[in-house]
Structures are given as C-alpha cells and as structure tokens.
Design a protein around this ligand. Structure first.
Ligand SMILES: [Zn+2]
Ligand SMILES: [Zn+2]
Ligand SMILES: [Zn+2]
Length: 100
C-alpha cells in the first residue's frame, strides 16, 4: 500500500470537465487511446500511449499531481509526483472497513 498524500487527499473528487474525450484532442480533432481524469480540476487528458499525451502534459503545465483512469470500470489512480499507482480493488484494508 503506497503512502502518497496526494492520493489520500484527492481520491475521486473531481468531475470530468469534458466527459466525451480528451480536451486538447477534441479541440484539434486528434484521436486518443485511453482517457485520464485530473483529480484536482477535472481536466480530461489522454494517456501516454496516445499521440498527445495530454494527461501528462496537463500535469507538467499545472502540477496537478493525480489522475484517475476514466476507462470503463477501472478505478485506479496515479500520482505523477510520487510515481505511485493506487487501485481500490486491491486495497484490502478499505474493503474490510466497508464491511465492518
Ligand atoms: Zn503523490
Ligand atoms: Zn489528448
Ligand atoms: Zn488539473
């Protein structure tokens, strides 16, 4: 279990500003592979496998540390500062707390 203060503070707080796709890619008509949502401001960007890499670009421009996967039922988050990934499906402590 990683200890990243960014993830603890920002878990799943933001609402996507452009739910239909990567904000920058939509603006220029470019395609993306996967979508990542900024947990600070709700910016939607594309993953590192995409041409634009706009989720990473958003972090480099704003220093907003945490993104969340917006792909289907995936719920993992990633902190660009600490290089830590967090997936609640693998968080046994939290599941136990919910049951109790
Ligand atoms: Zn962090
Ligand atoms: Zn993009
Ligand atoms: Zn942001």
């Amino acid at each position: 279990m990683p200890t990243c203060l960014h993830l603890d503070r920002l878990a799943y707080a933001a609402v996507a500003t452009t739910p239909g796709g990567c904000e920058e890619c939509l603006a220029i008509g470019q395609e993306w592979v996967h979508l990542r949502g900024c947990q600070t401001c709700g910016h939607v960007g594309c993953c590192d496998q995409s041409i634009g890499r706009h989720a990473r670009g958003h972090f480099q421009g704003t220093r907003h540390p945490v993104i969340r996967s917006l792909e289907g039922r995936e719920e993992w988050s990633y902190c660009f500062v600490d290089l830590v990934e967090y997936d609640p499906a693998e968080d046994w402590d939290r599941e136990g707390a919910d049951l109790g």
